[in-house]
Design a binder for this molecule. Structure first.
Ligand code: NAP
Length: 247
């Protein structure tokens, strides 16, 4: 299998896109660590499903915006599996409103989770991968980080930051044989987009050439490719998985 013998840590893997990535990397042979923020039942369900399918999985509750909690999470993965070969920074939140109404805490929470969370996880994982002279990192961006969006200045700023961070880290780690890429989903069916009104949904769908929402599995397929040996010569890229929304 593509990922036989590999160890993957996926943040925000109890639900949505992260869950699909955990299932997909596990089906490809990786032992996975499923990180989440607070939804114990959802994380446990992902672990059970992986084990039922014959895979290996552990769950780790840790807030990615808390650097000390992330360091403890990395230690747990190493204690269980001995190493980390693949890191997927997927955990993310939204706190949408226009800038004129945005509370300071809505700005800070989104930047801390969606951008600083990526830094907090990459730093210890990169140190480990540099010693091994191998590794794959994929960061979850968004097409909104490329285009901007009304009501999402905090989220778009964080995702644009993730793209700049990804390219910088890709340059820093390339000489050690480590690739760092970003995936930018468009409009994907998860809890995050379930809160949108019918009107908002219709407006977004009108701007998608393929005329449908994406599934978490559509995003997981791109991630699986990027962390496999089939993508060894790809680094510092942003792959849009968006039905043609941004081209
Ligand atoms: P989701 O369904 O809302 O799931 C979010 C996941 O992140 C959950 O597993 C949640 O854990 C976890 N999480 C939230 N805050 C966390 C924290 N501080 N520390 C650790 N884990 C945390 O989201 P999604 O739609 O799958 O989105 C996944 C990623 O794709 C995000 O980065 C998002 O920005 C990006 N994205 C999504 C779309 C879309 O259309 N859905 C489009 C573009 C980009 P709990 O279950 O414990 O709460």
């Amino acid at each position: 299998m593509l990922l036989d013998g590999k160890v993957a840590l996926i943040t925000g893997a109890s639900r949505g896109i992260g869950r699909a990535i955990a299932l997909s990397l596990s089906a490809a042979g990786a032992a996975v660590a499923v990180n989440y923020a607070g939804n114990d039942a959802a994380a446990e369900a992902v672990r059970s499903e992986i084990i039922k399918n014959g895979g290996r999985a552990i769950i780790i509750k840790a807030d990615v915006s808390d650097a000390a909690a992330v360091d403890a999470m990395i230690e747990k993965v190493i204690a269980e599996y001995g190493t980390i070969d693949i890191l997927i920074n997927n955990a993310g939140i939204t706190k949408d409103t226009i800038v004129a109404r945005m509370k300071q805490q809505d700005w800070t929470a989104v930047i801390n989770t969606n951008l600083s969370g990526v830094f907090n996880c990459c730093k210890p994982a990169a140190k480990l991968m540099m010693k091994k002279r191998a590794g794959k990192i994929v960061n979850m961006a968004s097409v909104v980080g490329l285009t901007g969006n009304i009501g999402q200045a905090n989220y778009a700023a964080a995702k644009a930051g993730v793209i700049g961070f990804t390219k910088s880290l890709a340059r820093e780690l390339a000489a050690r044989g480590i690739t760092v890429n970003a995936v930018a989903p468009g409009f994907i069916s998860t809890d995050m987009t379930a809160v949108l009104s019918d009107k908002a949904r219709e407006n977004i769908l009108n701007g998608i050439p393929l005329k449908k929402m994406g599934s978490p599995e559509d995003v997981a397929d791109a991630v699986l490719f990027l962390v496999s040996g089939r993508a060894d010569y790809i680094t510092g890229q942003v792959i849009n998985v968006d039905g043609g929304m941004v081209m």
